[in-house]
Design a binder for this molecule. Structure first.
Ligand code: FAD
Length: 114
């Protein structure tokens, strides 16, 4: 069975990675320590160099290099909204619908219907 499964394409890789990034943000501390903030910002920069879709990674690096788009790691709410904004940037580029970032918690942390 495992042998017949295919390597992920850009779409599957993307969906899985966004699930990870949004979930990481949703479970990030509400009041992170200074060290947690430094390490999280560093993780995002390292991620942008290793993400295995090279053109995606290059655009993501250009995005976070702009001062106004620097990762916001001061709290769970700030990081979740920042990742939402970064994802919307990709959504726009791909002609996909933008996500309403006020709904991040319902989508990625707690939803009474689920
Ligand atoms: P996805 O965009 O994968 O979204 C998954 C789910 O997340 C959605 O169903 C929705 O419930 C939720 N969601 C959507 N937007 C938001 C948001 N803003 N905030 C919170 N939740 C949201 N693909 C390319 O073809 N070219 C690229 O340059 C490219 N760059 C990428 C860069 C990064 C860093 C990542 C992680 C992925 C990138 N991708 C790129 C993949 C692309 O973003 C999608 O993952 C892929 O096209 C599959 O899209 P999808 O419609 O299944 O939903």
């Amino acid at each position: 069975k495992i042998q017949s499964e295919c390597p992920p394409d850009v779409e599957e890789l993307g969906r899985s990675t966004w699930t990870f990034l949004h979930s990481m943000a949703a479970y990030y501390p509400e009041n992170p320590t200074a060290m947690e903030q430094i390490e999280t910002a560093q993780f995002i920069r390292t991620f942008s160099k290793l993400y295995p879709c090279w053109s995606c990674a290059e655009d993501f690096r250009k995005f976070i290099a702009k001062p106004e788009n620097a990762p916001r790691v001061s709290s769970r709410e700030a990081l979740s909204r920042w990742i939402c904004g970064a994802h919307n940037e990709v959504n726009r580029k791909l002609g996909k619908q933008e996500f309403n970032c006020n709904l991040w918690k319902k989508r990625w942390l707690e939803n009474d219907e689920c």
